[in-house]
Each structure stands twice: as structure tokens, then as C-alpha cells.
Design a protein around this ligand. Structure first.
Ligand code: HEM
Length: 154
């Protein structure tokens, strides 16, 4: 399905919501398609850091897209070029939606670890109101999601 990646390449790891991934897998026509450098890391999707140099200090940009689909095309959810954005003491995970960006999850830092030239920051994640809409309201705002991990060079 997805290629394996270099774990030393700076990236974002996220399993989104494991029950949603299980739901997609249970559909006869359920598909999870990755493109633009995304690989699979255990149960998580790994998005490589975006090559752009001119990124604002309070943001981290990632490349790649993952498309979840099923129910004959009636269900489609895309995760495109995620970013971590730190604004007004809140941390959001945003995704591209056409020309705009949508904050789908609010993050809380839970740990930072340094090892082998990498710094690994873990966040717990809950769904925002906009994120709830992305799931067609099946999960309410505040719903706990899988943890988000950011791996960068130290
Ligand atoms: C033809 C349209 C659809 C049908 C027939 C359908 C059917 C279902 C069914 C039967 C379940 C329950 C599955 C279970 O409990 O094992 C479910 C759950 C769910 N559906 Fe759909 N659905 C449709 C469209 C959508 C759309 C547009 C979304 C938006 C992303 C969506 C997202 C979800 C989510 C997030 C769950 C909960 C999965 C979980 O965590 O257990 N569905 N759907």
C-alpha cells in the first residue's frame, strides 16, 4: 500500500483515529491511498517535512496527502499537507482545504525526547468543531484522537 520511509527523515506521525481506520478497512470498497512522500510507520501515517525554507517560527510544515474513501465515493476524507501551528497559546494541526487551511485537531504537548540526533515531541490530540464536520459529525468536537508525534533534527 504505502512505501516504508527513512525513520531519520524529519516527519510527522499520526494514526488519526484508529477506529476510523478500522471502519475504512471493514468496508468492501474502503481505501486508504497515500501520495507525495507519505509512508506508513506502524499504525501511523508519516508525512515528511515540507522542503520550504521560509516557514514562520510558530509553524512546522509537512508534505504529502492521504485519501480515505469508501461507500461508492460518498465517503471521502483527505489529509493534505498537514502543519502544526502554534497561535495564542494553542497548538493546532491544520490541513489544506483548497486555498484555505482548516484546524482539525487541537494538540497538547505531552513529552519531548532527544535521541540519535533527533528530537521527538509527542502531543495528545482532540477534534475541533471543524474536524467534527470533516467526519460528518460522527465524532463530536473534543473527541480524543490518536497521538501526534513530530520528529525533527535536534
Ligand atoms: C453512504 C454513506 C455512508 C454510509 C452508508 C455509512 C455507514 C456507516 C456505518 C454503518 C457505520 C457504523 C460502523 C460500525 O459501527 O462498525 C459508520 C460509521 C462511521 N462513519 Fe459512515 N457511512 C456513510 C458516510 C460517511 C461519511 C460521509 C463519513 C465522513 C467521513 C463517515 C464517517 C464515519 C465515521 C467516522 C464512523 C465511525 C467509525 C468508528 O470510529 O467506529 N461515514 N458509517
Amino acid at each position: 500500500m504505502m512505501g516504508s520511509g527513512d525513520p531519520f527523515q524529519p516527519h510527522l506521525e499520526w494514526g488519526l483515529k484508529s477506529s476510523f481506520v478500522g471502519y475504512i478497512s471493514s468496508l468492501a470498497d474502503g481505501r486508504i491511498e497515500a501520495a507525495d512522500g507519505v509512508w506508513q510507520a506502524g499504525n501511523a501515517l508519516a508525512f515528511p517535512v515540507h522542503p520550504e525554507i521560509d516557514v514562520p517560527d510558530n509553524e512546522i510544515w509537512f508534505n504529502g496527502r492521504v485519501s480515505f474513501s469508501g461507500h461508492g465515493g460518498m465517503m471521502k476524507l483527505d489529509l493534505i499537507q498537514p502543519r502544526i501551528e502554534n497561535t495564542d497559546d494553542k497548538i493546532f494541526l491544520t490541513i489544506a482545504a483548497g486555498e484555505d487551511r482548516v484546524a482539525i485537531a487541537e494538540l497538547t504537548e505531552t513529552s519531548v525526547a532527544n535521541a540519535m540526533g533527533l528530537v521527538k515531541t509527542r502531543f495528545s490530540a482532540v477534534l475541533t468543531e471543524a474536524g467534527s464536520k470533516m467526519f460528518n459529525g460522527q465524532y463530536p468536537a473534543g473527541q480524543q484522537l490518536e497521538e501526534v508525534t513530530v520528529i525533527l533534527r535536534s
